[in-house]
Design a protein around this ligand. Structure first.
Ligand SMILES: [Zn+2]
Length: 333
């Protein structure tokens, strides 16, 4: 049966990600994790030198280069380092999951709810445009039938009018697809997204679920996006994981356009990083419906390598500016 809701950040509600581990199994688990880490390092070294594992032969290949992969990895490191420096950096999902519930009157949660309300109208517009743009980019806007589906989907986001804070939803956000007027937002999630950029990214994600709706209007687009990402990061991405990744991509595009339309004195790299920072976890587990948080950032930067490059370039510029201003201050004293 088709699910009636779509969730974001829902790994705390019974997926593999959040199973408690008893102390007696911690050491073997730790050793197993070390072995996995060694294998992962080995695999990534093999992938960078152009070798491919037979186990991944079903994943489509394309002309994504070793240098592009390197750019993606650097961009992940830069975004997650920026999160720590940024006073408005998002809380990672694994930290959110470990927190006690927050009441709706908690000041951080209230501030998040106000932010979500304020940004919803603009994000609706940005998401509708991003969906059409992606459909064009992926060659799904030429045939009249496909174009009609995409246009109907992008119009559906206008139905969403409200944000409803919910204590029990904790670090989740969700929408009821048969009545998509409200985005239900866990109070921990509202409090953990401290910047406009992070909020636009998550609202964009939820609105994309609404756009596709119960009739899966955007399924061909979701599959095309997942296919491209899979080829670039050597991971199989199918089913619900394809939809979740595509929703994140729309959220990222909406945030990028939001940054363009709302000039600020803040460094560009800081603003871009906020779109993905909630995925900067230490506990990088996946579940049936989602890639792991860090693989999500990896897939997003692989899909939008230009944005990954822009993040690195603007970060280098702001680091130079910081150094110059520190040197100037040192000279002044
Ligand atoms: Zn989702």
């Amino acid at each position: 049966m088709k699910e009636l809701t779509r969730r974001h950040g829902d790994r705390g509600t019974g997926g593999r990600f959040h199973h408690p581990i008893s102390p007696s199994v911690r050491l073997p688990v730790f050793l197993f994790a070390l072995v996995l880490l060694a294998l992962a390092l080995n695999f990534s070294a093999g992938a960078q030198s152009g070798k491919r594992s037979g186990a991944h032969s079903s994943v489509p290949r394309n002309n994504f280069s070793a240098a592009d992969r390197n750019t993606v990895e650097k961009a992940i490191g830069t975004a997650c380092a920026e999160r720590i420096r940024d006073p408005l950096g998002s809380t990672p999902i694994d930290e959110m999951q470990a927190r006690p519930s927050l009441s709706t009157s908690n000041p951080d949660s209230l501030a998040g709810a106000k932010r979500a309300d304020r940004l919803l109208p603009m994000t609706r517009k940005l998401v509708a445009n991003a969906i059409v743009q992606l459909a064009k980019d992926y060659g799904l806007y030429d045939a009249p039938a496909l174009r009609a589906h995409v246009n109907a989907a992008s119009a559906r986001v206008q139905a969403v009018k409200r944000i409803r804070p919910n204590v029990d939803a904790r670090d989740n956000a969700s929408v009821l697809l048969r009545d998509p007027r409200t985005i239900e937002f866990g109070t921990i999630f509202l409090a953990g997204l401290k910047s406009d950029e992070a909020m636009v990214s998550v609202l964009g994600h939820e609105l994309t679920h609404v756009a596709s709706g119960q009739s899966d209007l955007l399924r061909p687009l979701f599959r095309a996006i997942a296919h491209r990402a899979a080829g670039r990061i050597n991971l199989s991405i199918s089913g619900q994981r394809a939809e979740e990744l595509a929703c994140d991509l729309v959220g990222l595009m909406a945030t990028r356009q939001f940054i363009n339309e709302t000039p600020s004195w803040e460094p560009q790299s800081r603003r871009i990083a906020r779109a993905v920072e909630h995925n900067c976890v230490d506990d990088d587990g996946s579940d049936e419906d989602h890639l792991s948080p860090r693989n999500t950032i990896r897939a997003l930067f692989a899909l939008d390598i230009e944005l990954a490059r822009e993040l690195l370039t603007t970060n280098a510029q702001s680091t130079t500016q910081r150094r110059i201003s520190l040197t100037a201050r040192a000279v002044a004293f």
